[in-house]
Design a protein around this ligand. Structure first.
Ligand code: 8YV
Length: 324
């Protein structure tokens, strides 16, 4: 298929999408919007015409089945837990994500969140803005510091490795837990998350959401992390048992937590907001103008590559076998 011939191909966008991605799709394809990825909203025309989905929303098996001519789902984001990729793979539907282009941004955010959590920088800034520096004197010394810490990374993929490189430059020893050791990675490997938590005082979660990581960071892991322990989560909220974390922060089983992701976004439990020893961000890991635009471009480039060359740029492993 030539580039010009892609104009007649229908790409469905259920829910919201980055405007640059929508613009790029609209230039090249026939863009159709839908309120949400709900099979009951699929019209007979859509069922006949839709060959691609571009989205940042949940795409389940029922929605995939409602589109019999679907060839590709292009997911906005490196994490694609919202898409039933295993079902897509079984049905011969390609799934793509947006790796690499956000790696450094998310790693930078993780380090920023870690320093904010330890050195209490957002609270110190609030102190200044509220005029308390002038009225009451300097902000208290932070209980935490990066000095003397050892970092454990849960999930040693591209982002985990980028965080490790940064923290090694800060002088921290690094260890990690992953499903299996990663070739070429020089840091100490632990074959269990509990073992890693027991060996370090700073646990950084970058693991993807999956049944095997669901609530993996539980009360036992937090106990193993210990009283100087700090948890940073930049991966997915589902990986942490939020109730157990709230309890561990409240009774100082661990020192503090910095979270960019939550179990039920955008809801953040009142108890986490009330705790002094948390630093909380609204899932902004990759959310800079430059990086979100790069993700939008990669999403659109995947659709073009699929329909023009039959080979997307960044297929997910579950659908790597799917041919164009
Ligand atoms: C985005 C992310 O917030 O890439 C991911 O997996 O979590 C973030 O970059 C998300 O994809 C936006 O939908």
């Amino acid at each position: 298929m030539t580039l010009a011939e892609t104009n007649g191909i229908t790409i469905l966008v259920p829910g919201k999408l980055h405007p640059h991605a929508a613009r790029r799709i609209d230039e090249r394809f026939r863009l159709v919007m839908l309120d949400k990825a709900d099979p009951s909203l699929v019209s007979p025309d859509m069922a006949r015409d839709v060959k691609g989905i571009a989205g940042m929303t949940r795409i389940d098996a029922a929605f995939i089945d409602a589109l019999p001519n679907l060839e590709i789902i292009a997911n906005f984001g490196v994490g694609y837990d919202a898409v039933d990729a295993a079902h897509a793979g079984r049905k011969g539907v390609m799934v793509t994500n947006t790796p690499d282009v956000l790696t450094d941004e998310v790693a930078d955010t993780a380090v920023g969140l870690l320093i904010n959590t330890l050195r209490e920088l957002p609270r110190a800034e609030r102190w200044l803005r509220e005029g308390r520096w002038e009225r009451e004197g300097g902000y208290r010394f932070s209980r935490g510091s990066l000095r003397g810490r050892s970092a454990g990374i849960f999930g040693m993929g591209r982002i985990g490795q980028a965080i490790a490189t940064r923290l090694a430059a800060f002088g921290l020893p690094i260890a990690y837990h992953n499903r299996r050791p990663v070739a070429g990675v020089p840091y100490a490997y632990h074959d269990s998350l509990l073992g890693l938590a027991g060996a370090v005082d700073t646990l950084i979660c970058v693991a993807p959401s999956s049944p095997s990581t669901d609530k993996a960071i539980n009360a036992e892991v937090l106990r193993a992390l210990g009283a100087d322990g700090v948890l940073i989560n930049i991966g997915r909220g589902s990986t942490v048992d939020e109730e157990a974390l709230i309890a561990a922060l409240a009774d100082e089983t661990i020192l503090a937590a910095g979270l960019d992701v939550f179990a039920h976004e955008p809801h953040v439990p009142e108890a986490l907001l009330a705790l002094e020893n948390t630093s909380l961000l609204p899932h902004v890991g990759s959310a800079s103008v430059i990086t979100r635009e790069a993700m939008a471009d990669l999403l659109a480039d995947n659709l073009v590559a699929w329909f023009v060359d039959g080979k997307p740029l960044t297929p997910v492993p579950e659908t790597a076998h799917v041919g164009g």
